[in-house]
Design a protein around this ligand. Structure first.
Ligand code: PHE
Length: 456
């Protein structure tokens, strides 16, 4: 993003910030990850906890990133060094690591989406939505489409075509919203919609009593992942800002759009799965694919709808992927004076290789390494990144952060104080507990399903 003063206050630039942040937030996290997590973690209780985490922890976390980014005007690692001094820069290194890990498997899943664009054209999944997913989720196809998606991401980051991204987001968000709403209406007419709504919307608190050890960290991880917080993406975007924007209002808009897309996705995925007689947890990471392939095979002009939906979905994934790669690339440029194109290419190849096992290995045809990477990234690493940032802002730089938040707010009142006090103890404590639970939950995965897979 150029910092020339001529275009600074133009509409494109101002809207550009929100569009870029929405483009990053809305992606696989909403349409793929959310329904599959909700299906695995008991439905409505998970949804309720997720909404709670978004509001009480996601919003303050996003504000933390926005204030640090705008105040320092630097990419995440440098921003931490400047805001906190010396050793904090090494903690910024955590963001780079998270970026590598997330994009490596994100690209595999986005590859599935691309594969489904093709499948919609050829009609490949008609009548066999469950087995089709298993066929393409791992193996040669998965690898090829992983490569294609990564190459697209590298190309866009290398060229730095932000205007193109803004345009894509302007078109994509309303288009996704339209298709999603249409699917919600369609799903409402299905015979088993009632049972599905019950599962999705009416919390069964006895589940929470028995399974809180996995539901709580899953809900927190989903909130962080979906909002793109915990690895400096929002620091990067805000670092390009120099105007006096009301960051609280912007956060509200971004969070509302992101959460609405996820919530509406659940409203159609579960009726479709229930009506097809598929248990909500059974398809695992394949939930959205199995549900949609079943529905598109069933409705008039389904293949056209399929191409449109999966196409939009791929664009949404691309705008998120770009934001992740941008953290790594802007770090290399800022800190080492690296060349953008070469850095993007090298980063892309490294991430592709890291994702290769995810695309190739399976356990009973399920892509088991997705869980290995994804639970680590979302529930453990993003939450840790969030905690680190919150400690820095609320305990070390509170005054500067509050002053930065006030900039652009007409009548801030006590809001900045409330924000800092909320973060200082309650939010950090909740996140530390969540993190401990996440580590425990991950350990049971490693010593359970994953050990079985390794044949241990
Ligand atoms: N929020 C993105 C999505 O929902 C994923 C993401 C996570 C992007 C972390 C950036 C950082 O798809």
């Amino acid at each position: 993003m150029s910092r020339s003063s001529t275009d600074r206050s133009s509409w494109t630039r101002r809207a550009g910030f929100i569009l870029a942040a929405v483009g990053s937030a809305v992606g696989l996290g909403n349409v793929w990850r959310f329904p599959f997590q909700a299906g695995q973690e008991g439905g409505a209780v998970f949804v309720l906890l997720y909404l709670w985490f978004v509001l009480l922890i996601g919003v303050p976390a996003m504000l933390v990133e926005f204030t640090v980014g705008r105040l320092t005007g630097r990419s995440p690692v440098g921003a931490l060094a400047e805001f906190g001094g010396g050793a904090w820069r090494y903690l910024g290194g955590l963001f780079i690591l998270i970026g590598f890990l997330i994009l490596s498997y994100y690209s595999v899943v986005a590859g599935w989406v691309l594969r489904y664009v093709v499948g919609s054209v050829t009609g490949g999944y008609a009548g066999r939505s469950e087995s089709y997913f298993l066929d393409i989720a791992t193996g040669f196809d998965a690898l090829v489409f992983h490569a294609i998606f990564m190459a697209l991401t590298v190309a866009i980051v290398a060229l730095g075509v932000r205007r193109g991204i803004e345009l894509a987001v302007t078109v994509m968000v309303p288009a996704v919203a339209f298709v999603v709403l249409a699917l919600v209406v369609y799903a409402w007419t299905l015979p088993d919609a009632g049972a599905a709504y019950e599962y999705y919307l009416s919390p069964d608190f006895s589940l929470l009593a028995s399974d809180w050890r996995s539901i709580v960290p899953a809900a927190a991880g989903q909130a962080f992942f979906s909002l793109s917080v915990g690895m400096g993406v929002m620091i990067t975007f805000a670092s390009y800002l120099d105007e006096e924007r009301n960051l609280l209002v912007d956060t509200g808009i971004i969070v509302a759009i992101d959460t609405a897309v996820a919530f509406l996705t659940g409203l159609f995925v579960f009726p479709i799965l229930f009506t097809a007689g598929v248990g909500p947890a059974d398809p695992g990471p394949g939930a959205i694919f199995v549900a949609l392939a079943g529905a598109f095979a069933d409705i008039p002009a389904g293949s056209v709808v399929g191409v449109v939906f999966f196409g939009m979905f791929a664009i949404a994934a691309l705008s998120s992927a770009i934001s992740i790669m941008e953290v790594v690339v802007s770090f290399a440029i800022d800190e080492f004076g690296a060349v953008r194109r070469r850095t993007a290419a090298v980063t892309g190849v490294a991430m592709f290789l890291l994702g290769t096992p995810v695309a190739l290995l399976s356990s009973q045809r399920q892509p088991i390494l997705v869980t290995l990477y994804d639970a680590l990234a979302a529930q453990i690493l993003l939450v840790s990144g969030g905690i680190v940032l919150m400690i820095l802002v609320a305990w070390i730089g509170a005054d500067r952060a509050m002053a930065e938040l006030r900039r652009g707010m007409h009548s801030p009142g006590v809001l900045p104080q409330v924000w800092i006090w909320l973060v200082r103890i309650p939010v950090i404590v909740v996140l530390l507990v969540t993190l401990a639970l996440a580590v425990g939950d991950y350990w049971s995965f490693l010593s359970g399903d994953f050990a079985d897979f390794l044949g241990l």
